[in-house]
Design a protein around this ligand. Structure first.
Ligand code: G3P
Length: 211
């Protein structure tokens, strides 16, 4: 049961990382663009922090993605997970990287058929977008459950990394549905500490402890 932080805001990630409960990070071009930074300056800072698994997304055609992936792997070695879009070129590059033993994450997964192809391409992770499936009126966590069930039945080693998680409820349901990794924004991480009865109980304990 691993928790990744889905962000390119290194200050926010550092606060989460310092809790000792975080196992990795995922980024994407939108998150990098929101940070206003060059992707490599974000990856450098995360690698320096000690984050052991950083999803770094590559874009373009197959040749461009392959070239960028090889550069990223050369620079970041085993902390790099190359994130590829779910499309023909993305899976082609995924297969090549997988043959070289480079860790991969196929993103923008919305159904089990796509997850089958990504597994065939040797992906280490597939990222179903739970929140965006919810937005369409279907339960995103049911897609997680169907991919997990299918992989188990077929003895596929690809892991399901649930993404596009916007609430603590979806974090919990994603793990219940069998995801082995869930990536969450910092806000969802901090909300997971909270319960009103914990606050009430803590203040009673504090009062009683002090006589
Ligand atoms: O990991 C994917 C995530 O960043 C997308 O989230 O909320 O934009 O669907 P969202």
């Amino acid at each position: 049961m691993r928790i990744f932080i889905d962000s390119a805001d290194t200050e926010a990630i550092k606060r989460c990382w310092d809790t000792g409960l975080i196992d990795g990070c995922t980024t994407n071009p939108t998150l990098i663009s929101k940070s206003g930074r060059d992707p490599r300056s974000v990856y450098d800072e995360l690698a320096e922090m000690g984050v052991p698994d950083i999803s770094m997304e590559v874009m373009g055609n197959a040749v461009e993605m392959q070239n960028e992936a090889m550069k990223l792997y050369t620079e970041y070695k085993e902390v790099a997970t190359i994130k590829l879009p779910m499309c023909q070129d993305g899976l082609k590059v995924c297969k090549e990287l997988s043959n070289l033993g480079i860790r991969t994450n196929v993103t923008l997964i919305f159904n089990a058929a796509q997850a089958i192809l990504a597994a065939k391409a040797g992906a280490n992770y597939v990222s179903p977008f739970v929140g965006r499936i919810d937005d369409q009126g279907y339960a995103g966590t049911e897609v997680v459950r169907s991919i997990v069930g299918l992989y188990q039945q077929q003895r596929v080693s690809t892991e399901v990394l649930a993404a596009s998680i916007r609430t603590t409820q979806r974090l919990v349901r994603a793990f219940y549905s069998g995801a082995t990794v869930v990536t969450i924004p910092p806000g969802v991480f901090w909300n997971s500490y909270q319960h009103v009865l914990t606050d009430v109980g803590l203040s009673i304990f504090e009062k009683d402890a002090n006589g």
